[in-house]
Design a protein around this ligand. Structure first.
Ligand SMILES: CC(=O)N[C@H]1[C@@H](OP(=O)(O)O)O[C@H](CO)[C@@H](O)[C@@H]1O
Ligand SMILES: [Mg+2]
Length: 552
């Protein structure tokens, strides 16, 4: 490891003095202008991680649903999962080191993690469609090569495709072929196989409208469309030919605004979905005859998927342990439906897919979704092998169910939540069950809910426990929330500092819009008009109640 060469090369990617950025829930994310040194350094770190794990490591350049002028980067660990937490700390330390300290910080990581400098390193790089992404990914590659790492640049990819490539490469092809062709073929073959089983398919009449957020999802769907055309036609909107990335469109916009994206032609009853900017999230929606918008979010997606998988297991006669993982943002109706009607155990983790993913790995079959539409299903290796064997051995209805489940196992991207894969899973389930989008929506009624963002001087004054559902500090805050919430039926509210933005998030739900309005306003307003000794935000940061309401 030639640290002198690193220093020399780093001068071309010099860190602005004093700029400190943190590796957050989704890696580094900020305005693209501030990221060149971060990219170079993440190239360096990826090499060290690759040497340490003796595996291929991924680097994805994207800022997901953030505005076009932002960018970001995250590392992908050997099995396609998010970077291990201890390495997130190394990432922050490396990113914060002033130029002259860079070799020292690198050497400290090498020592701490017992990295063998002689070990070879292999890095795969992907990027989204942002104007800044190409140059920034070159800076990653510069970091990789100066430390002697080998690399493959996939160029434009969705985030979940990069996760898939990493997983394939580290499973010696067991998971699939690490090429775009391999990805398209694996998913499409499984999908087309499933659609053959659906009674009303095969006539080429099934279609769905897709809002691609003017992002990478559009390119990748166009590339893949002909592989699965037999089972589904996709009508693309916001495909990047005109509008700006994520601007008034995309999954994040639709979920947070609870309204349709701009640029999509919706007729009553049309089945529509939105991807986010890097195509790792999806939400569905439709308008009814009265023109009312209906959102079908990650919770309803998880419900559809887990109910269907459970039915298949029943048909096969397999008693496997299936669990659903959610976060505190999951609508209370979804949790109740899953537990009480479907009798599926539900677990709640902290926000951020790495927490959900990790928990879901504990089950034979773990289904996880954030309410915002990021999620997938994981199957243990033993279950995958067993179902694939049963698919060959069993006959009649049992055999048919086992073969369907085997196809679903291939259709899910088990490395990460994936809008394309999830869309195909959902379309297959709806077709197989003969469900319309309205019938799916009617499984249960969401409790009215809303999220607010509140800007405060220091969001770290709030700490939480119980998967972020209870505030521990500042003292008195939780009691104040409890007092408010108990006045309303089925009401629930919590506050937590965001891991990706400098804001505090407030969430509340209740049985009616009236209760909701009252409870959210009051919870959001705890710091301003609440008892000052219990103040979250401090009265000196005072903001009027209306500002809390208009932030989102
Ligand atoms: C309420 C919410 O949607 N939070 C999002 C958001 O995290 P925050 O820590 O809430 O800022 O960004 C994360 C990364 O994209 C995503 O995993 C998460 O679901
Ligand atoms: Mg995303």
């Amino acid at each position: 490891m030639d640290l002198e060469a690193v220093s020399k090369r780093s001068a071309f990617h010099a860190k602005p003095q004093g700029l400190i950025l943190q590796y957050g829930t989704a890696g580094f994310r900020t305005n693209a202008q501030h990221l060149d040194h971060i990219m170079f350094r993440m190239g360096l770190l990826a090499v060290l991680r690759s040497k340490q794990t003796r595996s291929t490591i991924g680097v994805m350049v994207t800022a997901s649903h953030n505005p076009e002028e932002d960018n970001g980067v995250k590392l992908v660990d050997p099995l396609g999962e998010m970077l291990a937490p201890s390495w997130e700390e190394h990432a922050t330390r490396l990113a914060s080191a002033e130029e002259q300290d860079l070799p020292k910080v690198l050497a400290a990581i090498v020592e701490r993690e017992a990295v063998d400098p002689q070990q070879t390193a292999f890095i795969v790089v992907g990027r989204d469609t942002r104007p800044s992404s190409e140059k920034l990914s070159q800076s990653v590659i510069d970091g990789v090569t100066v430390l002697g790492g080998q690399f493959h640049d996939y160029g434009l990819l969705t985030t979940p495709q990069l996760h898939y490539m990493v997983y394939c490469r580290n499973s010696e092809g067991r998971y699939g072929q690490a090429t775009i062709e391999g990805y398209c073929q694996k998913l499409s073959r499984a999908f087309v196989e499933l659609m053959k089983q659906a009674s009303c398919s095969g006539d080429g009449s099934r279609w769905v409208k897709v809002d691609c957020a003017n992002g990478i999802g559009a390119l990748k769907l166009k590339e893949m469309e002909h592989y699965f055309r037999q089972g589904l036609s996709v009508l693309l909107f916001n495909d990047g030919t005109e509008g700006r990335l994520n601007h008034l469109c995309g999954a994040d916009f639709v979920k947070s605004q609870q309204k349709p994206p701009q640029g999509m032609a919706m007729k009553p009853g049309d089945r529509c979905c939105s991807f986010d900017g890097d195509a790792d999230r999806i939400v569905y929606y439709y308008c009814d005859a009265a023109g009312r918008f209906h959102l079908i979010d990650g919770d309803k997606i998880a419900t559809l998927i887990s109910s269907f998988l459970k039915e298949l297991l029943l048909e096969i006669g397999e008693n496997l342990n299936i669990g659903v993982v959610q976060t505190a943002y999951a609508n209370g109706s979804s949790t109740r439906y899953l537990e009480e009607v479907m009798k599926v155990p539900v677990y709640c983790t902290k926000t951020g897919v790495k927490h959900l993913h990790h928990k879901a790995q504990e089950f034979d079959i773990g289904v996880y979704f954030e309410a915002n539409g990021h999620g997938t299903a994981l199957f243990s290796e033993a279950v995958e092998a067993r179902i694939k064997r049963l698919a060959q051995e069993l006959e009649d209805e049992k055999g048919r169910a086992a073969r369907m489940l085997a196809s679903f196992i291939d259709l899910f991207n088990q490395a990460a939540g994936d809008a394309i894969s999830d869309m195909l899973v959902i379309e297959a389930i709806l077709a197989l069950k003969g469900l319309s989008v309205q019938q799916w929506d009617a499984i249960y009624a969401d409790l009215p809910n809303r999220q607010l963002k509140v800007k405060v001087a220091d969001r770290r004054v709030i700490s939480t426990t119980d998967a972020e559902r209870q505030a521990v500090t500042p003292p008195g805050l939780q009691e104040a929330i409890n007092d408010l919430v108990k006045k309303y039926k089925l009401a629930r509210a919590f506050v937590r500092p965001s891991g990706t933005e400098d804001v505090v998030r407030v969430y509340a739900e209740a049985t009616s819009q009236v209760s909701w309005d009252q409870s959210t306003d009051r919870v959001g307003n705890q710091g301003t008009q609440g008892r000052s000794k219990h103040s979250v935000f401090g009265s000196h940061h005072g903001f009027p109640l209306t500002s809390v309401n208009t932030v989102l």
